[in-house]
Design a protein. Sequence first.
Length: 259
Amino acid sequence: MALEFRSVTKGFEVAGSANMLTALKDISFKTGEAEFVAVVGPSGCGKSTMLNMTAGLYQPTEGEVYVSGSRVSGPNSHVGFMLQKDLLLPWRTIESNVAFGLESRGFSKAECRERAVAQLDKCQLSGFGDYFPHQLSGGMRQRAALARTLAIDPEVILLDEPFSALDAQTKIIIQKNFASTIESEKITTLLITHDLAEAVFMADRILVLSDRPGRVIEEIIVDIPDRGDPTKRRQHSRVTEYIGHMFELLKLQDREVLN
């Protein structure tokens, strides 16, 4: 078990009010080692809150979050976090950006460079270490962000819609690169996405959340081969079936909200 939520509820205080806004309600699930889990649901249902609690940036109002068997009680150095924006430091070279997390952990200069070069090679950025972020395309910057995340050797990677800002063609290429790299590294991954097709192309399992407060209304096992190659998965006959089923689940939730 790499990641576990045990009956987690998260509420936030509302400024100027005694009321609490409940983002998530009674969330329980476990991931296996090296499993890729996607989370989908309506806007505002608490998807990103799940990532923030896994990273230790928020604490549950009720329940507990565990990473590799240890309860998360504060900022968690065992997880890597990627957002929609690459957040590369513009004044640093790509190699120096990848080494940034290692520097903060006290690695020697030589070891930082060795790890950074190795990850850039794995992410197909060999030869671009001396470039600066503004000299790379959006897709290359996201690959650099992945290399930076992998360099710290995380036990869990958290992805908060990291492909949403990319054009369609680049998105397909980067999805394939991410999927194959993460699978080869055997890292447990939690992906937040609004793209139902993306969830099917990349995940072993999909958690479908209700409208706020978010609850798990269904867990879907994606029984399609080639998880490490979303391009091949796109051609599978069951893709449309999975997407249609999720659409109906989320459409039902919309009707419930309207009523």
